[in-house]
Design a protein around this ligand. Structure first.
Ligand code: ATP
Ligand code: MG
Length: 399
């Protein structure tokens, strides 16, 4: 009964070191403790890349290979492709009916992205609606947690509002409270009180610990509870209450923001990336060509690491003795910039090596990746179908 986590990535190009440090590394960690659902967000890719179908086609399976190469375990995590599950689109459509336009227009990333991606025409219905599609992606799996960076927190908030509104409009009948009370009574007085306490704690700040404790109480009473009671209490604990859809919590995790070769955030659109499985010779060349402190023109000039993009890489890739060596060498002109770059080159190549090794098997045998995605998609489909059944029931769409 691990809590479910949901996250996706858009197949808009080869994954780079920024994606690894900012998201994928965390995904790998999460699969130990959570029931992780990770999907290839190909429809989301189309919201900005609707004119580039080849880009998406090329990157779908390649991205899954990157995921597995980085350590995702298909036995632990459910890996699937969004477009293979039309249920996402069905839920999106149904949610769209009652979602006020203003909610979408006010999402902070909306105007931001339109400003940033000036070379694309994003005055489309799909682009405006993409946070709602994201809400459908999350709600359809009744995910408890969504790992997010700061910029995406507003999307989880929107998802919660959409779920609340749906539950308000179509939530289960008024006998719900009575049924919960009856099930809770079976826990015994003390355990019922303790369960309530954990439920409130989880509702307030999404505490994993409170969730686990609440679940343990329900598990402990497994013999006295009917399966319906159990489901009811677990749903109640997770905040779905009398509701059909579960409000997810944002899971704030520590991730590294990785700068690119020029010191700005590593991003495809800035052309400053190193791909996860880029050729070693090319990696070496890219790092050797990185700009350094612009005021350190000659070898004998003293430098300041704070003005140097390579230093940002040392912060991520080097241990303390190496960083001390860099600071000392740079500020006294004791080492040259190429010398300073060597440990970064070594560290990046070392990090990438297991990815290349693991990817090899899948590149030579693509059927294996297809099979993994097939399995994951079918697992996801079971859950998505059940939710859609509940949703159609709640909305009275079962003629
Ligand atoms: P790019 O920004 O390279 O064009 P993208 O726009 O397709 O890629 P994003 O949506 O920006 O992809 O990123 C996908 C995930 O990777 C997000 O969780 C994002 O926070 C993370 N990410 C992307 N670039 C970086 C980076 N340089 N450092 C840390 N995390 C990053
Ligand atoms: Mg980006």
């Amino acid at each position: 009964m691990r809590p479910r986590v949901l996250s996706g990535m858009r197949p808009t190009g080869a994954l780079h070191l920024g994606h690894y440090h900012g998201a994928l590394k965390n995904w790998v960690r999460l699969q130990q403790d959570y029931d992780c659902f990770y999907f290839v967000a190909d429809w989301h890719a189309l919201t900005t890349h609707y004119e580039d179908r080849e880009v998406i086609e090329r990157n779908v399976y390649d991205m899954v290979i990157d995921w597995i190469a980085a350590g995702l375990d298909p036995e632990k995590a459910t890996i699937f492709i969004q477009s293979r599950l039309p249920e996402h689109a069905e839920l999106f459509t149904l949610l769209a009916m009652g979602t006020p336009l203003g909610w979408l227009e006010r999402v902070p990333t909306y105007k931001d992205q339109i400003e940033k991606l000036k070379d694309r025409d994003l005055a489309t219905y799909g682009f405006l609606g993409y946070p709602l599609l994201q809400a459908a992606d999350i709600l359809i799996y009744k995910a408890t947690y969504v790992p997010v960076g700061e910029d995406q927190a507003s999307h989880v908030e929107l998802t919660r509002e959409v779920a609340r509104r749906f539950n308000h409009l179509y939530g289960r009948g008024s006998d719900f409270d009575a049924r919960v009370a009856a099930a809770q009574a079976k826990l015994g007085k003390d355990d019922a009180r303790y369960f309530e306490k954990q439920r409130k704690a989880f509702g307030q700040d999404g505490s994993t610990e409170a969730l686990a404790k609440g679940e343990a109480i329900v598990r402990k009473a497994a013999e006295t509870l009917s399966p319906e009671d159990t489901e009811l209490l677990l749903g109640h604990l997770k905040g779905s209450g009398r509701s059909v859809l579960t409000e997810p919590q944002a899971l704030h995790t520590e991730v590294t923001k990785l700068p690119g070769l020029d010191g700005a955030k590593m991003s495809k659109s800035y052309g400053n990336t190193i791909a996860m499985r880029e050729e070693p010779a090319q990696v070496e060349q890219k790092i050797r060509r990185m700009p350094t402190d612009p005021q350190r023109v000659r070898r004998t000039d003293k430098g300041d690491p704070e003005r140097c993009p390579v230093w940002e890489f040392h912060k991520v890739y080097s241990d303390e003795p190496t960083r001390d060596w860099v600071v000392k060498g740079c500020t006294t002109a004791g080492i040259g910039c190429l010398e300073c770059k060597q440990p970064v080159i070594d560290a990046v190549l070392k990090e990438q090596q297991p990815w290349r090794d693991r990817a090899e098997a899948y590149l030579t045998n693509p059927k294996q990746v297809h099979w993994i995605v097939e399995m994951g998609t079918e697992r996801a489909r079971t859950v998505a179908r059940q939710t859609m059944k509940d949703v159609r029931d709640a909305m009275g769409l079962n003629y």
